[in-house]
Design a protein around this ligand. Structure first.
Ligand code: SF4
Ligand code: SF4
Length: 200
C-alpha cells in the first residue's frame, strides 16, 4: 500500500474534486478518514491505495495519481465500503466516475481490465448473457503475449478442463430469450455516449 504524497512536478487540479462530486453526487467534505471503508474492502490487500486514500487524493486534487491508481480498476463494486461508511459517501459511484475518466487519459491502466469490460459487454450484446468460452477466447486474442505463453496456456487448459467437467463451461453459446431486447438496450446506451465511452 502506498503513502499519499505529492510529487514536486505533479500539478494539482483545483477542479478535480468538484467534477467528481458533480458526476457522482457524493459529498467528499463529509469524509473524516475513519478508515472504515478500507477495513471492509475485500481487494485492499491487492491494490496500491485503499478507498479512503482515493477519497483523500480526490480532495487534494491529485488527478493524475488517482486516475492511474490500481484500485479504481480492481474495485469489485461490491458496495461494502459505501454500506459501512458512517457518512454515506457513495464510494462505488466515485469509482465508476474515475474509471470512465481514466479511460480518456493515456497512461497506466491495470492490464486487461478495460479490455475485459469490452469483451464482456460485446458477448452480452450478442447472446444476452455471458459466454465463458467466448470470453476466454476474446481475452486471449486481445492479448497475443498471453496467447504465446506456454505456461499461461497450460494453466488455462487445466482450469478449462475442470470447469468443463463440472458443467461450468459450454462449448457453444446459449442465447437468452431476451437477447434482442438486451442488444437494443446496449445499442441505445452506445448511441448516447461519447465515442471513447462506448461499450464496444
Ligand atoms: S468510511 Fe466514509 S468517512 Fe470513513 S474514511 Fe471511508 S469514505 Fe471517509
Ligand atoms: S466497492 Fe470497491 S472499493 Fe468499495 S469495498 Fe468493494 S471493492 Fe473495495
Amino acid at each position: 500500500m502506498h503513502i499519499i504524497y505529492k510529487n514536486q512536478d505533479e500539478i494539482v487540479d483545483p477542479d478535480f474534486r468538484r467534477i467528481i462530486e458533480q458526476k457522482s453526487g457524493a459529498h467528499l467534505d463529509r469524509c473524516y478518514q475513519c478508515y472504515t471503508c478500507a477495513l471492509g474492502c475485500p481487494v485492499a490487500f491487492a491494490t496500491d491505495f485503499t478507498p479512503n486514500q482515493i477519497i483523500r487524493m480526490v480532495q487534494m486534487g491529485l488527478r493524475d495519481q488517482v486516475l492511474q491508481a490500481d484500485l479504481i480498476w480492481i474495485c469489485a463494486s461490491c458496495e461494502t465500503c459505501a454500506a459501512r461508511c458512517p457518512n454515506e459517501i457513495e464510494i462505488v459511484k466515485i469509482m465508476d466516475v474515475l474509471r470512465v475518466m481514466s479511460l480518456h487519459k493515456p497512461g497506466k491502466k491495470v492490464k486487461d481490465i478495460p479490455f475485459a469490460h469490452q469483451v464482456f459487454v460485446k458477448l452480452v450484446e450478442l447472446f444476452g448473457r455471458m459466454y465463458e468460452l467466448g470470453f476466454v477466447m476474446g481475452m486471449k486474442l486481445g492479448n497475443l503475449r498471453g496467447l504465446l505463453s506456454i505456461k499461461a496456456l497450460l494453466e488455462d487448459g487445466v482450469l478449462g478442463v475442470k470447469m468443463f467437467s463440472r458443467g461450468k463451461l459450454h462449448i457453444f453459446p446459449h442465447k437468452t430469450r431476451g437477447a434482442e431486447h438486451i442488444k437494443r438496450i446496449i445499442q441505445r446506451i452506445n448511441a448516447n455516449k461519447p465515442e471513447q465511452e462506448k461499450m464496444k
